[in-house]
Ligand binder design. Structure first.
Ligand code: GTP
Ligand code: MG
Length: 236
């Protein structure tokens, strides 16, 4: 892809036009442009997948009179986390290495209402012929030892740019609101403890919370199904 080294661009302004303070070598500027270009491509890939999810949600909400998707969140991985992950995995720290080795530079989190919505959304996404499935991890049927539950898909989708079609990888995590509640708090607690291991007692209690939440998800699904059987449609 052509690199736009427009001297008036925001990047050029920020890294080159720091008056007389630093002299940035040309190869570094080129790398910075290439990195910015790659991040733009991941942002576009996220937009494409989000559009697919919106279409599915619209279609399903018309068909079933309720929205299977509550919320979609997304993020492009921060440069510092990219470097940290490449180093942790003993991989070269370069743009090529990032694009080849990291599956989660573009990340989307889909928060569903009910358990079965997760599989409905995942199946419909997987059936689209421009979606390549690279990997699936079903942490719902097989939760992690700490109690974490979610359905993870690594997919590849084509993104059309002015001079090329690029297959971009995106990590899609699909979970219920209840699973998201647990995972968000678990993440906060880990962050506060700077990734240290929890004590056995705390791990056990967190696992218990995750199990109670999973039972609640199942109960809510069961209630919805019983209501549907009575011929009443659940609306939002
Ligand atoms: P990472 O190096 O973390 O990306 O793990 P991985 O490549 O083995 O992939 P995995 O599918 O196990 O996890 C990917 C992502 O799922 C993580 O980056 C988190 O967002 C989420 N995740 C996985 N395990 C946990 C967990 O125990 N707690 C929480 N809160 N999130 C988790
Ligand atoms: Mg990750």
């Amino acid at each position: 892809m052509n690199i736009n080294m427009n001297p008036n661009s925001e990047l050029n302004q920020s890294i080159v036009k720091v008056p007389n303070l630093v002299s940035v070598p040309d190869p570094l500027i080129k790398q910075a442009y290439q990195f910015q270009e790659a991040m733009m491509m991941y942002t576009c890939a996220i937009r494409e997948v989000k559009t697919k999810l919106e279409v599915l949600n619209d279609e399903l909400s018309v068909r079933n009179s309720r929205n299977p998707i509550e919320l979609v969140k997304s993020r492009v991985k921060k440069p510092v986390s990219i470097v940290e992950k490449l180093k942790r995995r003993n991989l070269p720290v370069s743009l090529e290495s990032m694009m080849e080795n990291l599956d989660d530079v573009a990340g989307i989190r889909v928060i569903c209402s009910f358990l079965d919505d997760i599989y409905a959304v995942a199946d419909m996404l997987a059936r689209q012929d421009d979606v390549h499935i690279i990997a699936i991890k079903d942490y719902i049927s097989q939760p992690k030892i700490n109690g974490y539950r979610s359905y993870h898909m690594i997919i590849e989708i084509p993104v059309f740019f002015s001079d090329q079609k690029k297959w971009m990888r995106v990590e899609v995590q699909i979970r219920t609101m209840a699973m998201d509640f647990w995972a968000s708090l678990d993440h906060q607690l880990k962050y506060k403890k700077e990734m240290q291991e929890y004590s056995q007692e705390i791990s056990d209690e967190l696992r218990e919370c995750a199990d109670v939440i999973a039972q609640t998800d199942e109960k809510m699904l069961n209630i919805r199904k019983r209501i549907e059987e009575q011929g009443i449609t659940v609306t939002k």
